[in-house]
Design a protein around this ligand. Sequence first.
Ligand code: ATP
Length: 280
Amino acid sequence: MEPYISVKNVSHVYPNGVTAIKEINLDIYEGEVVAILGSNGSGKTTLVKHFNGLLKPTKGEIIVGGLKTKKERIAKLSSLVGYVFQNPNHQTFLPTVSQELAYGCKNLKMAEEEIEERVAKAVELFEFQDILDENPFDLNSSQRKEVAMASIMAISPKVIVLDEPTTGQDHQGCKRILDLVRMFKEQGRIVVLITHDMNLIGELNCRTVVMNQSQKIADDRADRVFANKGIMDEAGLQPPQITSFANEISSLAHDRTYLTVDQIIDWIQTKEDIKIGTGS
Ligand SMILES: Nc1ncnc2c1ncn2[C@@H]1O[C@H](COP(=O)(O)OP(=O)(O)OP(=O)(O)O)[C@@H](O)[C@H]1O
């Protein structure tokens, strides 16, 4: 199978001379969820902004859906790669939620009927029925973020980039994001997550790319990355708390990495002398 996104030996140097990413190679296939991890300034955003042509490589090349990004217009690439920014204020600017939801589709010059259908689907998915006439800036930050996400999803891009999707979200919001990521994957799309939320990555146990000082230093499934102390220390990362906790329990099987509370509960249930949910 051909990769949908192919990053070939890509470096990016900003006009001020900062080399933000250095000789990155990365192939991403349909149906993959890829988390990009790394400390602040390691180059995650710079890398991902190349996928929809917001940035062009200084060296190397990127191919998305068979198109060389260097030669394509951002408008064309935006129909393939939707980018949901970390801060919804950078993405929402119209006076009502319904206008906001239709904006991306209108920009891509879709037919009115098609736009209506797509917006209706987004409204249903995000349960926006009661807020369609509200100004996005009157909503709470969690809802505003969902509006930004829904307007990108209405475009129905093959790739969706979510930059820190769970930041500022309440528990329900985080759960909804997890469900949306899974739904996107099932639809054969690609989800690229830039996140510091280790619990989210643990729940997904997805492919995880680790950036450090402009370079890619790991590319493996999350449980294997979290178990690699050398990589985690080098990148200044901590696994989910539940993984650290599991690592401290010597009687747990140590041939695997525990990523979620449910996995620990499953283990506890195999122990006859420990009871769960009895309060004793
Ligand atoms: N527009 C810009 N002009 C100059 N340098 C930049 C620009 N944007 C980012 N950089 C620099 O490029 C490097 C990588 O930044 P980038 O934002 O890609 O990292 P990041 O891993 O996404 O960080 P964060 O987690 O803080 O968002 C940093 O040294 C940053 O200061």
